[in-house]
Design a protein around this ligand. Structure first.
Ligand code: WQD
Length: 332
């Protein structure tokens, strides 16, 4: 099938491109290059043996999207394009609502006008907010703490209302937990702009000497070792979940579904640091710092729904996540 990936040169989108192409799909990437490098296209060509189709542009350009949908005879869309820095969203909420919600509405309007009505949406576990119980299943209340999380939740609501209004739509929202790691070739991976906000890229840059030391944000949480616990999921497991989601759209009646993509296991900051030191044979110097505003103690998934309905389960270990992250970070 012809699949349009908005934001397809980004961290998640580029890995999904690999698994879709390897599954025999024809991938077309639309990306405005706001948060990624054009070099990713060449690296994808090295992995796949040929370059995916690429159009530089923004999902908010409805006429462009309509022309891509028609010219490329798109069968389904995977929507990754959007801003994703939690802290930045607090400082610049309008930019996040305009980009993420506005951009999605524009994309959906273009899809509607071209009668393309299958979409997989990149959502986030951040929509759950502070857990009322763990593990988090899809029925858990949603109460995002940041404008970024709010944009994801509002987009889910838009998609649900759209599916209710016209049952010919087939829509799935995938709530990612903490994607980490890289393709085992070491050719693509996470490339945050500037100083990383997230733990794994920060640790990997300390291991490579790019950063002097890690600040561990709090060690007195109600967790086994006092540091934050998260559900880290290998980006390739996450990517394979998107192929399963696409198959689900074609083989199931439901117009709108939400699925968690997580491993179901939680690991602490200190556990990750220890494992990364083992995998990289590098010392990860750290200091305990104050808790980060908005952080929660623990968050991990109940991923049973995806296992039952999409026959998908994460299979790569935390050690494999660290190994593949280190190979990417130390690629030279
Ligand atoms: C993980 C743990 C920190 C950095 C975020 C977004 C979420 C999603 C994934 C998009 C926490 C600790 C971190 C550091 C640290 N992104 N930490 N020192 O906050 O769970 O989720 O990324 O969808 O929306 O909120 O991930 O990697 O930032 O933090 O101690 O320098 O590592 O306190 O316990 P988080 P994270």
């Amino acid at each position: 099938m012809n699949i349009l990936l908005t934001g397809g040169l980004g961290y998640i989108g580029s890995h999904v491109t690999v698994v879709l192409a390897e599954a025999g799909h024809h991938v077309i990437i639309l990306d405005n290059l706001h948060n990624c490098k054009i070099e990713v296209l060449d690296r994808l060509a090295k992995i796949l043996g040929n370059s995916p189709a690429f159009i530089q542009g923004d999902v908010r350009n409805q006429l462009l999207v309509e022309s891509v949908l028609k010219d490329q005879k798109i069968d389904a869309v995977m929507h990754f394009a959007g801003l994703k820095a939690v802290g930045e969203s607090v400082q610049k909420p309008l930019m996040y609502y305009e980009n993420n919600v506005g951009g999605t509405i524009s994309l959906l309007q273009a899809m509607k006008s071209c009668q393309v009505k299958k979409i997989v949406f990149s959502s986030s576990a951040t929509v759950y907010g502070i857990p009322q119980y763990l593990p988090l299943d899809e029925k858990h209340p949603t109460n995002p703490e940041s404008p970024y999380g709010q944009t994801k939740l509002q987009i889910e609501a838009i998609l649900q209302d759209l599916a209710r209004s016209d049952q010919s739509w087939k829509i799935i929202a995938l709530r990612y937990f903490n994607p980490v790691g890289a393709h085992e070739s070491g050719l693509i991976g996470e490339e945050p702009n500037g100083i990383p906000n997230n733990l794994m890229p920060y640790i990997s840059q300390v291991a490579s000497g790019l950063l002097p030391k890690l600040k561990i944000f709090g060690n007195d949480y109600e967790t086994p070792d006092g540091t934050g616990v998260r559900d880290y999921i290998h980006v390739m497991d996450l990517a394979e979940g998107h192929v399963c989601a696409l198959n689900y759209l074609y083989n199931n009646e439901s117009e709108f579904s939400i699925m968690n993509l997580g491993t179901g296991a939680g690991y602490s900051v200190l556990e990750l640091v220890k494992l990364y030191q083992k995998v990289s044979s590098r010392k990860i110097t750290y200091e305990i710092a104050a808790k980060r505003a908005g952080d929660i103690a623990a968050c991990y998934a109940n991923a049973d729904k995806a296992a039952v309905h999409m026959v998908w389960k994460a299979k790569r270990s935390l050690e494999k996540m660290c190994e593949d992250s280190w190979r990417w970070q130390s690629r030279g």
